[in-house]
Design a protein around this ligand. Structure first.
Ligand code: GLP
Length: 240
């Protein structure tokens, strides 16, 4: 595991965007595993800057997002599809047809999950970007006695609903279910970049990265990945 702590958010964002940009320079057709939440926003902003300066092109790349709320259409402002369009896809030269986010409106969720897994298998994710939930979740793989390997519809835990309520008008509006890539799907990526910011995540980051590997902390499974890079700001990485 490569653990990197940055003095400023700007340094962290540049490093994160730099990793993605270098991959695209070496492999223009890279399959990117992307994430939402507040954590990756700065990295996407840096990528947009790099794109505008001509340093990076997404023209041949494809993207696969980790998760999407069940019941939200892509035009809902709190949907992850809308998030991705706003923060990255609409601002760079990626072909919209090559951007993939699970369909939260699918009538048959099981079928949608199978379809998504088949696509992931076919694409082979080169780099998976991840944030970290306060309870140790990755994507929407919540702490539990067991975890699910493939893409599946997951029930969100109270803590996750509360944490994500800031993106909705009220807590009641937060969907209770989401489609998420499973832990096997995530672990299959050739490289994983976990990004953690803020003092409120220091404890869970330490637990996930140095504590026991347990399904009660899904991010702890990342310790098993052969090519994991962790980018933390000073507050989140104070223990490292
Ligand atoms: C959500 C997402 C995760 C994300 C996490 C952390 O629940 N499903 O993919 O990593 O929240 O979000 P944030 O970066 O806003 O703290």
């Amino acid at each position: 595991m490569n653990l990197l702590t940055f003095r400023t958010e700007e340094d962290l964002n540049r490093a994160g965007a730099g990793l993605i940009a270098s991959l695209l320079q070496i492999k223009p057709k890279a399959a990117l595993g992307l994430a939402t939440g507040s954590t990756p926003i700065g990295i996407y902003e840096e990528l947009v800057k790099l794109h505008r300066s001509g340093s990076v092109s997404f023209a041949k790349a494809s993207s696969y997002n980790l998760d999407e709320y069940v019941g939200l259409s892509g035009s809902h402002p709190a949907s992850y599809r809308c998030f991705m369009n706003t923060h990255l896809f609409d601002l760079v030269d990626i072909d919209p047809a090559n951007t993939h986010v699970p369909n939260g409106l699918a009538v048959d969720l099981e079928q949608e999950c199978d379809y998504y897994d088949a696509m992931l298998e076919d694409a082979g994710i080169d780099l998976q970007l991840l944030g970290l939930g306060h309870n140790g979740h990755i994507g929407f793989n919540e702490p539990d006695d067991s975890l699910i390997a493939g893409t599946h519809a997951a029930m969100l835990q109270r803590q996750t609903i509360e944490a994500n309520a800031r993106f909705f008008d009220s807590e009641q509006d937060v969907p209770k279910q989401a489609i998420t890539m499973g832990v096997a799907g995530i672990m299959k990526a050739r490289q994983i970049m976990l990004v953690v910011r803020g003092a409120s995540k220091a404890k869970i980051a330490q637990q996930a990265l140095t504590g026991p590997i347990t399904t009660q902390c899904p991010a702890s499974l990342l310790q098993l990945h052969p090519n994991l890079v962790v980018l933390m700001d000073e507050a989140a990485g104070a223990w490292a």
